[in-house]
Design a protein around this ligand. Structure first.
Ligand code: CAA
Length: 252
């Protein structure tokens, strides 16, 4: 098993499990991860995913041993990395807790998630330039969109690692959490999200992601239409009634 899955209440934790390869992402791992996420994504009893490594390593990138001998025709015909596009269609919120290295495809995996929670030991980077290639799972696009052209050029062209404070300053990381009790803090954070209305979570994620694809004017209309549509859900009634009745909302 390259990925271990565990469900705790409404949170599904996917733990990368290739310690001898520093959790490098080979094709098998990609399929295992995405196939399971697609299944859980449809379950009303799952409100949040956590994709994690271990305390020492999040993920050292795509598997260099798997790629090293491939030629252009093979990569092109296999549409190598193409299946990662399915990952970006997952509707349920995904948290990436990063402790230790998140390099290359590891950094790209974290960026494909919705929230990056980093421990004090997290180190990010896109070192592909050192291997004679470029990022191939969206790194040039997502990093640029997250932190801007100048910083993305600096990180990708130099191949340098960035520490957690720099990652937070440039907007790559959502939040830094202490290494002590990191897993517990991450779970608390994920559980809080997972207990909100799944429909509203999906709607929030879709609307935020839409902002990256369209003009502000179109995005505002998109948001308002979804906002209106949520008034046809029992979760909206529950959420607003709970506020008025001074009690906690129960969405699930
Ligand atoms: N792919 C395959 N195996 C990897 C790997 C990777 N990305 N990263 C590490 N490993 C393997 C090593 O080959 C080594 O295996 P062996 O024991 O069989 O030799 C084992 O994991 C331990 O690695 P190190 O001895 O190198 O560990 P370290 O603690 O000295 O260094 C590290 C850690 C700095 C993360 C270093 O392993 C490293 O630089 N890894 C490669 C990082 C990288 O270049 N990532 C980008 C990959 S390409 C990519 O991701 C393309 C893309 O856009 C998706």
């Amino acid at each position: 098993m390259n990925v271990l899955f565990e469900q705790i209440d409404r949170v599904v934790i996917a733990k990368l499990n290739r310690p001898n390869a520093l959790n490098a992402l080979n094709t098998e791992t990609m399929y295992e991860l995405i196939t399971a996420l697609k299944k859980y994504d449809k379950s009303p009893s799952v409100g949040c995913f956590v994709i994690t490594g271990n305390e020492n390593i999040f993920c050292a990138g795509a598997d260099i041993k798997e790629m090293a001998t491939k030629n252009f025709s093979q990569m092109f015909q296999e549409d190598f990395f193409g299946y990662w596009e399915v990952f970006s269609k997952i509707k349920t919120p995904i948290i990436a807790p990063v402790s230790g290295y998140a390099l290359g495809g590891g950094c790209e995996l974290a960026m494909m998630c919705d929230i990056i929670l980093a421990s004090e030991s997290a180190i990010f980077g896109q070192p592909e330039i050192k291997l004679g290639v470029i990022p191939g799972i969206g790194g040039t696009q997502r990093l640029t969109s997250l932190i801007g052209k100048s910083k993305a050029m600096d990180i990708i062209l130099s191949g340098r690692n960035i520490d957690v404070n720099e990652a937070e300053n440039i907007g790559l990381v959502s939040k830094i959490l202490p290494l002590k009790n990191f897993s517990k803090e991450v779970l608390n954070y994920a559980e809080k999200i997972s207990n909100y209305s799944k429909t509203a979570l999906i709607a929030s994620k879709e609307s935020i992601n839409q902002s990256l694809e369209c003009s502000l004017k179109d995005g505002i209309v998109f948001e308002r239409r979804i906002f209106h549509a949520l008034f046809n859900t029992s979760d909206q009634k529950e959420g607003m009634n709970a506020f008025l009745e001074k009690r906690s909302a129960n969405f699930n």
